[in-house]
Write a protein that binds this ligand. Structure first.
Ligand code: UDP
Length: 414
């Protein structure tokens, strides 16, 4: 099998100091104080390239900051054979509740790939962080000399029982696990389960301030007029993100207030499901697309996402199911009210009526009603946006993630 471990040269050039103007002196001092007792400690993160972009983005932002504050941190990516990732993609779906049966062959291929990978990866660090199910069994191929932590980014609230029992044997070899939400806590586990919420990097292309020229250039390049208020959902074309439901809600809202809908969802070339959903959306919005009042975008462009979140009057995230919902965090950070399904991590982020609106995600009329509320009271929308941004500043920026990691390191390394 083709198998390779890739060391990520992980330097985005950003330092903790760059974050000071955003988070303030107290947060920077807290981080420096917590890092002081951990100087020179060596940490390794291992994940796999094929998982959702959000995880890799977070590691990419976290690792340079950890190094900057004196913790020598490496990042390795497990890459492997296509079959391996088909199996682990199915693991991912089954952990999130889909019923899938796995053969002994598949399970064994999963473990053997990890075994092969272990022969290429020397681990002599003070602490090891393994992200998600792909590299989970690695631990069983090392003589363990340091704490190992399994960082699970997946929604574990209702995993497939057979698969969970199989994976749990590996999880039990770890010193602790990190989950993203209280609801993902597993009963009957001896392991410590630490909750760490995801976070965004305010200095990345997706979130940094943009100049008016940059925004205008992006809108021109992607042919997005702003003569009408924009309602936007940024999401993969995925059934759980319910883009068809967004179109339905938009249609109702548009009867009362002229506006335009943008659905922006990058498309993996090898994701047939994405194109199926895309065609359903096209069908549902046919006339509106012809009139130019619904715009569908399938490009992957972080700066475009950033610009869209900034120019839209309201952001929708009508997910029927959602792990955490980083698109919500990103939109709140742009000072936009967000209307979103009351699912997964979304209620952690939005205060209903204060920074946006939480809706029953199957309630299309409620979604339309909240879109109208925002469109009809622009001053209130600005206030909501301001409050949402402050909430993100306090709870969901990468510096807070760094603090959580420092606390975890102190706890594990004494
Ligand atoms: N995203 C993007 N381009 C798109 C659609 C989504 O860059 O066209 C990004 C989005 O900005 C966010 C991530 O993909 O950072 C999606 O994370 P989220 O937690 O919202 O949902 P997931 O896709 O992981 O279920």
């Amino acid at each position: 099998a083709f198998l390779q471990g890739i060391t990520c040269i992980c330097d985005n050039g950003r330092t903790l100091e760059d974050h000071r103007p955003i988070v303030g002196d107290d947060v920077v001092s807290e981080i420096l104080r917590k890092a002081a007792v951990l100087q020179g400690r060596r940490v390794i993160h291992v994940n796999s390239t094929y998982q959702s972009g959000g995880v890799a983005e977070m590691i990419l932002s976290l690792v340079p900051l950890m190094n900057d504050v004196g913790i020598e941190t490496e990042w390795k990516i497990l890459t492997g054979h296509g079959d391996f990732f088909t199996i682990t993609k199915n693991f991912h779906n089954a952990l999130q509740g889909q019923r899938i049966a796995f053969s002994e062959m598949e399970k064994s291929q999963y473990v053997v790939t990890n075994q092969e990978f272990s022969t290429q990866l020397a681990i002599d660090h003070d602490l090891v962080v393994i992200h998600d199910p792909q590299p989970l069994p690695l631990i069983s191929f090392y003589e363990k000399k340091q704490p190992w932590i399994w960082r699970c980014h997946v929604d574990l609230s209702k995993p497939d029982g057979d698969l969970w029992r199989f994976l749990r044997d590996y999880v039990e070899l770890y010193d602790g696990m990190i989950i993203s939400h209280e609801d993902y806590r597993r009963a009957n586990m001896a392991k410590q389960q630490r909750i760490i919420h995801p976070a965004i990097d305010p200095l990345s292309d997706k979130n940094r301030d943009l100049t008016d020229e940059e925004i205008a250039g992006l809108l021109e390049r992607y042919n997005i007029p702003i003569d009408k208020p924009l309602v936007t959902q940024i999401s993969r074309f995925d059934k759980w993100k319910d883009p068809v439901g967004v179109v339905e809600a938009f249609k109702i809202a548009r009867e009362k207030a002229d506006c335009r809908l943008v659905l922006c969802g990058s498309m993996a070339p090898d994701d047939p499901e994405g194109w199926t959903i895309y065609r359903q959306v096209e069908e549902a919005a046919k006339d509106l697309i012809e009139q130019g009042d619904v715009i569908l975008i399938t490009a992957e462009d972080h700066l475009l996402v950033n610009a869209l979140q900034r120019v839209s009057v309201v952001i929708v995230q009508k997910s029927l199911k959602e792990g955490f919902g980083l698109t919500v965090t990103e939109a709140l950070w742009k000072g936009r009210p967000v209307i979103a399904g009351r699912v997964g991590g979304i209620p952690l982020q939005i205060q209903d009526g204060e920074t946006g609106y939480l809706i029953d995600p199957t309630d299309i009329a409620a979604c339309a009603d909240r879109i109208l509320r925002v469109l009809e009271s622009p001053e209130r929308a600005v206030e909501m946006g301001r409050a949402g941004k402050e909430y993100v500043r306090k709870h969901f920026l990468i510096t807070r993630l760094l603090v959580d990691y420092l606390d975890m390191l102190t706890c594990e390394l004494g």
